[in-house]
Design a protein around this ligand. Structure first.
Ligand code: GLC
Length: 484
């Protein structure tokens, strides 16, 4: 949170499943997960398929918008029902950016930065009138409540599945019983299936209020805040005073109903016509919170000039071109390469993550021959945690994580797995399983670029030097397959 010196220009607080990311499978549908050994590592994975936006296009659009125009002076907060383990799984599966703050387990856990430094003060505060053992015991008296899997049970969150028709009655009776036992809880029903019992002071809204109070105490209250959600556990976010809100077009009935009963005609809340991350982008424009044209949605930068140009945007733009080139989404025209080459100083060098130094122009020549080698494949390139610092009158140092993911092949292999059912957490089945692995290769380099603004063309930048190092655990086995 100390990344910014002053108040954030914009703070986006977004739910993840079905808001920031398209996820067809709701929590209950993620009812089975696999635990398997693969290449010597234990992997835990949900059986997850997306049909709506299989290529995560709207998420990648948001990413490019955020890194180009917002990362340097704004804050990104993810607020999810997922536990830390399940949140990390999603981050492995989807091209999600690194948020400044992660609020997990329905507002019962707050963690900061990439290292997910836990806010111990928040957890301590939630102990007030909370006794997990009593809650587990009392809830076990309701046979209609099916406990969620172990990874979704947290110190301040006891979670179940229950049918919608039975939920309301149970909530009333359970709340009364727990109150009589001296506990002060909040029961939230989400996605027409999930029921969470939390301390009264917890929840996504309370966690946001706590963060805002912290910012206010530091004199760093964000100039604008936009909350984004789709389901019941997001409702609280919309009742925080002085925030803008967007319910994405795919919002669930329970949230729409809550809105109709409590917030109807609130001009600060938008019911988007776009789904998921595209709905968030739509809201940024609708409320006039800043630029809402993602570089990813600009097909030709030469024809469509953007108003805000900064060194970070140049990097995002270059890598978008690189992705389109390899997917053959731009035509193989010599003038493209000439244009790209003109962004690089003729004597600029590139230190490849393998340690080999070479002229950048040589690298661009190599790129020319790779036109279309990823055509029709799932090949995605995005940058995360982009920062740029002016280190001289016309010199800039840009840093980012450059990610590349590629579904190279489909392999089938036999592995021993444990199949664990959420509904019967104690029952584990050991079996030999034929696993179809979509061979996703996901790699990342810590990337540093030295740039200079072109004296003769104001606001244009020229690359002077570039250096990459593998992000621990995300290097490639054959370094020659990584271009830049
Ligand atoms: C997420 C969590 C689940 C919770 C649900 C609703 O899906 O994984 O435990 O019940 O959100 O808050």
């Amino acid at each position: 949170m100390d990344r910014l010196h002053g108040s954030a220009r914009l703070m986006v607080v977004s739910d993840l499943d079905s808001t920031m990311v398209h996820n067809l499978l709701s929590s209950s549908q993620r009812s089975h997960y696999l635990v398997y050994e693969f290449h010597g590592k234990t992997v835990l994975s949900y059986l997850q398929v997306d049909h709506d936006d299989p290529d995560d296009i709207s998420l990648l659009s948001f990413n490019a918008l955020w890194e180009s125009y917002y990362r340097h002076d704004s804050l990104l907060v993810f607020s999810t029902g997922r536990s830390p383990t399940s949140y990390k799984l999603l981050r492995n599966e989807k091209p999600l950016l690194t948020p400044d703050v992660a609020v997990m387990s329905v507002g019962t856990e707050i963690a900061y930065g990439e290292a997910l430094v836990v806010d111990a003060g928040w957890e301590e505060y939630l102990n007030h009138k909370w006794d997990r053992e009593i809650i587990v015991e009392e809830t076990s008296k309701f046979p209609e409540l099916t406990p969620q899997s172990e990874i979704d049970q947290r110190p301040h969150k006891v979670s179940f599945y229950v049918e919608e028709v039975k939920a309301l009655a149970i909530i009333d009776v359970l709340a009364e019983r727990l109150e009589k036992l001296g506990l002060d809880v909040k029961i939230i029903y989400s996605s027409g299936i999930a029921l969470d019992v939390l301390p009264r002071g917890a929840g996504k809204g309370q966690a946001l209020a706590y963060l805002m109070k912290k910012f206010a105490l530091d004199g760093k209250l964000p100039a604008n805040t936009l909350v984004c959600g789709d389901s019941g556990n997001d409702a609280e976010l919309f009742s925080i005073p002085e925030v803008y809100g967007v319910m994405v077009s795919n919002a669930k009935e329970e949230l729409l109903q809550w809105y109709a009963e409590n917030m109807k005609s609130n001009p600060y809340i938008l019911q988007a016509t776009d789904r998921c991350a595209a709905g968030i982008i739509q809201a940024i424009g609708y409320f006039g919170l800043g630029t809402n044209v993602s570089p990813r949605d600009i097909k030709d930068f030469q024809k469509c000039k953007v108003e805000i140009i900064n060194p970070g945007h140049e990097v995002v733009k270059f890598y978008l071109f690189y992705e389109r080139w390899r997917r053959a989404e731009v035509e193989m025209a010599g003038q493209h390469m000439q244009n790209i080459k003109s962004f690089f100083y003729s004597l600029a060098t590139f230190v490849h993550p393998s340690g080999i130094e070479q002229p950048i122009h040589q690298c661009i020549d190599a790129m020319e021959s790779l036109h279309g080698d990823r055509q029709g494949k799932r090949f995605q390139v995005w940058v995360d945690q982009l920062s740029s610092a002016q280190i001289g009158s016309d010199t800039w140092l840009v840093k980012c994580k450059k990610w590349e993911s590629y579904d190279a092949c489909h392999t089938v292999c036999s592995i021993p797995i444990q199949l664990q059912s959420k509904n019967e957490p104690k029952r584990k089945m050991e079996r030999e399983f034929q696993l179809h692995i979509v061979g996703e290769d996901k790699h990342c380099c810590l990337t540093t670029i030295l740039m200079s603004s072109k004296a003769e063309i104001p606001n244009e930048f020229i690359w002077l030097h570039m250096h990459q190092t593998w992000l621990d655990g995300f290097g490639v086995k054959q370094p020659e397959t990584w271009l830049l």
